[in-house]
Design a protein around this ligand. Structure first.
Ligand code: PLP
Length: 404
């Protein structure tokens, strides 16, 4: 069992008051809070290690390079990648998806198909639309059912020899649906399509095994898993990363440069042009260590308890409708109250110190599917409590009474 009070003490921000009330932070789907070890690691990096990496002969540069590369190895082990050079540091999920979508421009032709799902974040839609515009490829969409689950029989029908890449999320940020990606990856490979998994919402809740999943690419952000903003990971199978062209040109990513011809550096540097977010890369390793010290089995079990508790309590409110009722869900609850705009509820409960997200959650197609302008989304982390859920439920009840 987790000692939640002890864990909460690791997060200084959680003990503050907002609008005169203790902060209830239920916007973990947008970004997670950071434990003291992560804050300390940021400060320690700049006060003791700061130097540019992979360049200097001097000791401090070596120290920074070693710490950065050690973190890469840590992340390799965490996601069970075969090689550490398959782990590319990026600025986040969005960067990783754009790098791959851009690379595929050299491989696609008119009539080829790119498959995304109706459950995607805009980050996993727009880069593929841009790719299709450039190449004449066609974007196809795997539909969802009323529970917010991908319809697998429709997916089967969409897959064909024309499908070149399938891009789906592991877990939906708007609804919390956990997609059966292992099976979807296996099916995509039977038609020769590559698969990119958007793992942004998965990595705070589980430990992905990229080799067991057999995905070709897996991308995520550090800031949703207790790490800093501006750092993320693009995992790609070695053969794919060797085949794709680099995303950006500049320093660090070259082997030799002349005005006649430039040759690219080996992996992972080929995809890491320019001075990277060195501190972010190092500290992401600290965040991964922190999460592993708590244990993902414990995190998943506890968050599931919170999900069940909140689902039960919120469902007791008359007129409240939960959007996204998939069988396999993580600790995200999107809901609406009949006759009230989500924004109005969000604004009123903010006065009580409760942070939720309202709106379309960067997933407008999902809202269109359910014919709603948006939802109120409460997304829980392992440092949240049932007492906080009680505070949310009471505040929603009061807001409803005020607004109706
Ligand atoms: C947050 C999120 C993204 C975008 O991540 P950034 O950190 O903003 O690049 C993409 N997909 C999903 C599912 C997300 O939750």
């Amino acid at each position: 069992m987790l000692d939640i009070q002890k864990i909460r003490a690791d997060f200084p921000i959680l003990s503050q008051k907002v609008n005169g009330h203790p902060l209830v932070y239920f916007d973990n789907g947008a970004t997670s809070q950071k434990p003291q070890v992560v804050l300390d690691a940021i400060s320690e990096y700049y006060s003791q290690t700061n130097a540019n990496i992979h360049r200097g002969v001097h000791s401090l540069s070596q120290k920074a390079t070693d710490a950065y590369e050690l973190s890469r190895k840590k992340i390799q082990q965490h996601i069970n990648a075969q090689h550490s050079h398959e782990v590319i540091f990026t600025s986040g999920t969005t960067h990783g998806i754009n790098a791959i979508a851009n690379g595929f421009a050299s491989l696609l032709q008119k009539g080829d198909e790119v498959l995304v799902s109706a459950l995607e974040h805009h980050s996993n839609i727009v880069p593929w639309q841009m790719l299709c515009e450039r190449t004449g490829a066609v974007l196809k969409v795997i539909p969802i059912n009323q529970n917010g689950e991908l319809i697998q029989t429709e997916y089967d029908k969409l897959l064909s020899a024309n499908t070149k890449i399938v891009a789906v999320n592991h877990i939906s940020n708007a609804l919390g649906t956990i997609n059966p990606i292992a099976e979807m990856i296996r099916k995509a490979h039977t038609v020769g399509a590559a698969v990119l998994i958007d793992g942004a919402q998965a990595v705070p809740h589980l430990k992905p095994d990229v080799q067991a999943l057999d995905c070709d690419f897996y991308v995520f952000s550090g800031h949703k898993m207790c790490g800093p903003t501006g750092i993320g990971i693009l995992y790609g199978k070695e053969a794919w990363l060797n085949q794709l062209p680099p995303y950006q040109g500049g320093g660090e990513m070259i082997a030799t440069v002349s005005f006649e011809k430039t040759t690219y550096a080996d992996l992972p540097h080929k995809f890491e042009a320019g001075t990277p977010n060195i501190e972010g890369g190092i500290v992401l390793g600290t965040a991964v260590d922190y999460l592993n010290s708590i244990g993902f089995e414990h995190i998943a079990a506890y968050e599931h308890e919170l999900l069940d508790y909140a689902t039960e309590k919120l469902s007791e409110i008359e007129g409240l409708n939960i959007v996204g009722t998939a069988k396999e869900k993580t600790s995200v609850i999107s809901f609406n109250i009949q006759g009230i705009h989500p924004y109005d509820i969000g604004t009123i409960i903010d006065k009580k110190g409760i942070a939720v997200r309202t709106g379309h959650h960067c997933a407008q197609p999902i809202m269109d599917f359910f014919c709603i302008p948006g939802t109120i989304r409460a997304s829980f982390a392992f440092y949240n409590t049932k007492e906080e859920i009680d505070i949310l439920v009471e505040a929603v009840k009061k807001a409803k009474a005020m607004l109706l």
